[in-house]
Design a protein around this ligand. Structure first.
Ligand code: GAR
Length: 195
């Protein structure tokens, strides 16, 4: 069994989709949900699902990113994960953490990378007049939202779409894509999946 740690900052709906997928003959199991935000709703959801949780509040470290990451490594190394899934985790990780788990950290991003790394992806896709949007699961490297792509799902942009309506349809696809990519990854398959 592959041990999977999931890092969240908020609602954790992707985390729930991942946890619920890791059952039966799936070769992965969720062993830790870790949040930088003590108020993350996802922490309650994880507890309800029976997954151990931990919190490292980034605000306690001010601007000292190194100290925050050193604290993050405590529960992470104790959980000794084979795979780390970032799922709405809104802190940038530095090589101090990434190198320790090189090639074993995944992230989901709400755009068709390489389009729109960073924030406000839906508004940027709408402002550009794009006809489609989507989400990407990729390996995490030191370059923000730029590691090798492991999967993408596309969503048509409809007339009258707002950032909110688009976000809701993309999120639905995220919940299909991320579990499917994680399962393949846990089986050793890194070829991109396109839904
Ligand atoms: C998701 O849409 C995810 O793609 C996005 O945050 C949301 C988290 O939702 N992630 C990023 O923007 C990463 N930069 P969730 O907490 O309900 O899974």
């Amino acid at each position: 069994m592959k041990r999977v740690a999931i890092l969240i900052s908020g609602g954790g709906t992707n985390m729930v989709a991942l946890v619920q997928s890791m059952r039966g003959d799936n070769p992965a199991r969720a062993t830790l949900v870790l949040s930088n935000n003590p108020d993350a709703v996802g922490l309650d959801r994880a507890a309800t699902l029976g997954v151990p949780t931990a919190v490292v509040d980034h605000r306690a470290f001010g601007r000292d990113r190194q100290a925050f990451e050193a604290a993050l490594l405590g529960p992470l190394q104790a959980a000794n994960p084979d795979i780390i899934c970032l799922a709405g985790f809104m802190r940038i990780l530095t090589p101090g953490v990434i190198d320790r788990f090189a090639g074993r950290i995944l992230n989901i991003h709400p755009s068709l990378l390489p389009l729109y790394p960073g924030l406000d992806t839906y508004a940027r896709a709408l402002a550009a007049g794009d006809r489609e949007a989507g989400c990407t699961v990729h390996e995490v490297t030191a370059d923000l939202d730029a590691g090798p792509i492991l999967g993408q799902a596309r969503v048509a942009i409809e007339p009258g779409d707002t950032a909110d309506t688009l976000a809701a349809r993309v999120l639905y696809q995220e919940h299909r894509l991320y579990p499917a990519v994680l399962r393949r990854f846990a089986e050793g398959d890194r070829t991109p999946l396109y839904l």
